[in-house]
Ligand binder design. Structure first.
Ligand code: S3P
Length: 431
């Protein structure tokens, strides 16, 4: 187990960063959607982190041929998805396992999906139940809820499904299943979740249209147009450095080439509302709007976050660090989904902030953070990459801290510590 020591930043910083990890959500989808294409797909800047490399390996185990040249992956799909000879290992990735459930539910063959101990304790009924309702043959531990998940490919019926949760993973699993269903399918969610699946599949030729509160997905008879994509920077990863600039006095950071998809940059808008100076500059549009975000320090004030939660769910741990440094009490509500992420993030954030001397109260769907002058301490990552990276930030603006068990950072952002080291002193120890 490796630990990370982070010192308080000695001075303010002004950095332009264009080497933040590529987008995780889009990279997963590149690996998976390549399997549906008619010819070789070209993916530049694919995220080479554990989660997404697992999805790519699974695509290979399902018959795709993958070549890498310089910064580009070339993924050639099989004529037909192959039955793998072993369990498909999704590692730590909820996106990996849930989307593959939808993709494989209608494919000929037998497939077993599993992952690490954290993934094996996360709820899968949210995809297994609606898929079984349309004819999928899927079973799993804990009454069809926990991985390993066994799938026997079956014929799927057209559906109208209203999801009680706003989840891009559930929506994407159902859209992928709809592609092979026996008629037009309709899907509605309580609040729009990130929409990379719709944008990318539309770009590959799928007819996905809005119809009132529903999206309508037309099944496909032929393989799809190949993907040709340069994966933008991940705003959820970039956000750690946005918070760093917002809490270290007189600092600024220019974050380059991010997806500016509105379902992904809500946390930057909240940070702006808290007082940080933030500018968005759109530069191009490849499946989604792409551009730069400039973040500059300014004293922060408290904020209430209770809407569009799925647009900033992944950034809430880092945002709570900004809340800890703000004046006043910040409130997070309607965020029950935090409880079923890589860790129970309501508890992980609250426990660590309390160790830093910050007063936090929790409720079932959120928490309140009383802004103060947090102090450095020894924090646990709870095996959760976003918790580990968030508490590394806290040290930068308070005092020396240690984050225990940081191996999880490589699931999404392998060069995080290298970038952090440009702003403050860090040391990794342990084995
Ligand atoms: C993701 C969707 C979100 C997000 C996760 C990635 C995706 O999860 O938290 O990190 O790529 O579709 P939910 O859809 O479960 O909210």
């Amino acid at each position: 187990m490796k630990n990370l020591q982070v010192l308080k930043a000695k001075s303010s910083f002004s950095q332009e960063i264009d080497s933040i990890a590529s987008d995780k959500s889009i990279s997963h989808r590149c690996a998976m959607f390549s399997l549906l294409s008619s010819a070789e797909c070209e993916v530049e800047n694919f995220l080479e982190a554990e989660d997404t490399l697992n999805s790519l390996k699974i695509a290979q185990e399902l018959g795709a041929v993958v070549k890498k040249e310089n910064n580009k992956y070339f993924i050639t799909p099989p004529k037909k998805i192959k039955e793998p000879s072993d369990v498909l290992d999704c590692g730590n990735a909820g996106t990996g396992i849930r989307l593959y459930c939808g993709l494989l539910a209608g494919s000929d063959g037998f497939f077993v999906l599993s992952g690490d101990k954290y993934l094996r304790s996360r709820p899968m009924k949210r995809v297994i139940k609606p898929l079984c309702d349309i004819g999928a043959k899927i079973d799993a531990r804990d009454n069809a809820n926990l991985a390993p998940i066994a799938i026997r490919g079956a014929s799927l019926k057209a559906f109208t499904y209203e999801s009680a949760i706003s989840s891009a993973q559930v929506k994407s699993a159902m859209i992928l299943a709809a592609l092979g269903a026996d008629g037009v399918c309709r899907y509605k969610e309580s609040e729009l979740s990130r929409d990379h699946t719709e944008r990318m599949l539309r770009g590959m030729g799928v007819k996905i249209e809005k119809s009132g509160d529903f999206i309508e997905i037309h099944p496909v008879k032929e393989p799809l147009k190949p993907l040709k994509i340069k994966v933008p920077t991940d705003p959820s990863s970039a956000f750690f450095f946005a918070v760093a600039a917002a809490i270290v006095p007189n600092s600024k950071v220019l974050l380059k080439n991010l997806t500016l998809n509105p379902t992904r940059i809500e946390a930057f808008k909240v940070l702006k509302k808290m007082g940080a100076k933030i500018e968005f500059v759109e530069k191009e549009n490849i499946y989604e709007p792409i551009g730069d975000i400039l973040v500059e320090y300014a004293p922060l004030k408290s904020v209430e976050v209770s809407e569009n939660i799925s647009w900033l769910i992944d950034e809430l741990p880092a945002l709570s660090i900004a809340m800890a440094f703000a004046s006043g009490t910040s409130i997070v509500r309607n965020a029950k989904e935090l409880r079923v992420k890589e860790s129970d993030r309501i508890e992980s954030v609250a426990k660590n902030l309390r160790i830093a001397g910050v007063e936090v109260t929790t409720v079932e769907d959120g928490y309140s953070v009383m802004g103060t002058t947090p102090r450095g301490a020894v924090f646990d990552s709870f095996g959760d990459h976003r918790i580990a990276m968030s508490f590394a930030l806290l040290a930068m603006a308070s005092s020396e801290s240690t984050i225990k068990d940081i191996d999880c950072i490589s699931t999404s952002f392998p060069n995080f510590i290298e970038l952090l080291s440009k702003m403050t002193e860090t040391k990794i120890y342990g084995s």
